[in-house]
Design a protein around this ligand. Sequence first.
Ligand SMILES: [Zn+2]
Length: 392
Amino acid sequence: MLLNLLWLLLPVAYLAGWWSGRKGAGLAPACKVRRRPSDARSYVRGLNYLISEQQDKAIDLFVGIDRLDQEMVETQLALGNLFRNRGQFDHAIRIHENLVTRAAAHSDAHADALLELAADYSASGLFDRAEEIYGDLLNNKRHADTARDALIGIFEREKDWPRAIRLAEEQQRSGEHYRQIQLGHYYCELAEQAVRNDERETARLYLKKALAEHPASARANILRANLAMGRGDYSRAIECYTAVEKANPDLAPEIISPLLEAFERAGDTRALKAYIRHVRSRNNAYSVIRVTQQAIRRIDGDAAADRFFKEQILKRPSLKGLRDWAQSELDKNKRGEKDKFAVIINMLDSVVEDKPAYVCSACGFEARSLHWQCPSCGTWDSVRTFIGAEGE
Ligand SMILES: [Zn+2]
């Protein structure tokens, strides 16, 4: 990290020494160039302090340099950012606050420094202060987009869905950015809150809005299906769950269990059998195979269920499938053989248990349960079922 800092600062040190005072144009009167040879000396001393990790002394020197031309503004912005990236938020805040104070109001330098200061506050958890600055920067042409994105990020973190919706819709209306997926999730969040408060009609209205924003929203359809199950409307539930599967085959493991339950509760064995034939005709994730096998066992008995299981596992082998096959063989074998199967099962158990079931396609974050928003990078709809021999 220190090397990065030096690579960044050395060329500017060169400029500070040789061009000191030649580039003050466009800055506010308060920042006007004063030719001071001591500035260049301070700069070099500041670098020395940085090299020897005496950061407080280095910052004292940098913020004390009188000259505030374009290079100096950029250097101080970058220096503050580097401290922020290293997690040294106090240092970053001190440098950027100093710039905000010194640069003239309404100048680019002032707005740039405000933007970085807000990022420092946000990174250090001072969201109220960050929010205030980003709110002001919404009126700044150059930084309005960044400020809006950052504000939406803060509202998401605070789970302030109404304010996140207001900003995202405002941005969408301006035609600059489309945020259908996010808006769909915000309304789903509100719907889930309503379900928790037992306000089902309100939840239904939010889900309608979620689907108006993002018609293929799997989450909204799952929530709608769950509500339908709750009121005993199984054909509606089947319709919504199958819509999820159709638009997002990856999510089949999430809905297979309630979907088969809806078929069974509806009492329509013909429709259930037709759906099972459809499952049989395709390659399936392991949990889909397992849950369908149980349904077949209830309708057609053990032999049909086991036949289905073997046929599906051969089509798409997985460690979980192998483990369950070994488990089912355990009871059928003689004593000596049983010990061998037990060893295989134990080994497979330890491998399968260590494997994450989900992975974020944006950042590689691994999880044991489905997240609609990646807890690591904050992307929506990026966490997917881990497909492959070691996963589903
Ligand atoms: Zn991620």
